[in-house]
Design a protein around this ligand. Structure first.
Ligand code: SF4
Length: 349
């Protein structure tokens, strides 16, 4: 597998018709939301030591609104930051290794199958991405997936064993040096993307990358999304986080692995009060957009309404609540939706 610079490619950069750069927030480059600064902390592979967890918990309580929001890429968000508080947050994160590269901060999007032993591979990919200066220009939406259970999350680049995925599908390439393959693919994407945010937006993007890496075979691995169910899994417990909002008073001193399904993997025996550990929980499958007061467009306090609804029902099942017709965060697949209208909610099935 090549590690040198990818060969020059024919044709100019792609145009996806974008009129602005992506606005994905970082940990220090925060988004100004209606309820204050919103910081997104990248956690490649979702793995946090107990010390890192405690720094994040304290930051959410002392600098934010007391909640750590779990994202669909297994990252964390702290919101409600006062102007300038992001600098204090950055210093705290840096002290525990959560901000290793100021230039590449928003690029460190690596989501991994949370019950697989893949963190060493994730760390190696992360280190190489951060060590490659030209990759600092990748968009904040760039995504690497590691493992079969997350291969269907539409990563730009993915690994399932030795199979290299590109734009969410098995490219047919089999790699012996997965770190070099991911970095080479990322460099080609950076060179051809133009104003595109995702590899799938670049005409001919996948063939250009495979041309730089080798000759694809015929074998294909089907993309999959295999959420881990709440409950015991051997030495660990998967605990669902209601509406993806982790009360920062919980899980003190516990190492955590974040999942892209708004749950956490913790050692068996950990105190999971405030979370849910059964797939039958009425909270299981319920999601909500930010809503009021965090989103200025919202017509309702969606999370409060969704929480009330979840507490009153006796079964589980997928439901998504939105504060306006944009329906942000709507999960793929079959889901009942509740969309705020200003005078209540429209139910969409
Ligand atoms: S769906 Fe509407 S209210 Fe909810 S986060 Fe998106 S824009 Fe805001």
């Amino acid at each position: 597998m090549p590690t040198a610079s990818p060969a020059p490619l024919a044709g100019g950069p792609a145009s996806a018709g974008r009129t602005r750069p992506d606005a994905c927030p970082g940990a220090v480059d925060v988004h100004r939301a209606a309820d204050g600064g919103l910081a997104r902390v990248r956690v490649p592979g979702g793995t946090l030591s107990a010390a890192q967890v405690d720094v994040l918990r304290a930051a959410a309580i002392e600098l934010g609104d007391g909640v750590l929001e779990l994202t669909s890429r297994a990252n964390l968000q702290i919101r409600g930051l006062a102007p300038g508080a992001e600098h204090e947050l950055g210093a705290r994160l840096r002290a525990v290794g959560l901000l290793p590269s100021p230039t590449h901060e928003r690029v460190r999007n690596i989501v991994a199958a949370p019950l697989e032993d893949n963190q060493a591979l994730v760390d190696a990919i992360d280190a190489e991405l951060c060590a490659t200066p030209e990759l600092a220009s990748l968009p904040g939406r760039f995504l690497v997936t590691v493992g079969g259970a997350v291969s269907g999350l539409s990563g730009d680049i993915g690994l399932v064993g030795d199979a290299l995925f590109l734009a969410g599908h098995d490219s047919g390439l089999r790699v012996t040096d997965p770190v070099a393959a991911v970095v080479t693919a990322a460099r080609v994407f950076a060179g051809i993307r133009g104003d595109a945010w995702r590899l799938s937006e670049v005409d001919g993007g996948v063939p250009k990358i495979t041309a730089a890496l080798g000759v694809p075979g015929d074998a294909r691995v089907a993309p999959a999304v295999t959420p881990v169910a709440p409950g015991a899994h051997g030495e660990v417990v998967v605990a669902g986080v209601p509406l993806g909002r982790w009360d920062a008073r919980l899980l003190a001193g516990v190492p955590v692995r974040l999942t892209p399904w708004r749950s956490v993997v913790v050692p068996a025996g950990s105190d999971t009060s405030g979370l849910f550990t059964s797939a039958d929980s009425p909270w299981h499958g319920v999601s909500a957009c930010t809503g009021s007061p965090g989103c200025a467009k919202s017509l309702a306090d969606v999370r409060a309404d969704a929480a009330r609804w979840a507490r009153s029902r006796s079964t589980s099942g997928r439901a998504h609540w939105s504060g306006c017709a944009r329906r942000c965060g709507r999960p793929a697949g079959d889901v009942v939706e509740f969309v705020a209208t200003g005078g209540g909610y429209e139910e969409i099935r």
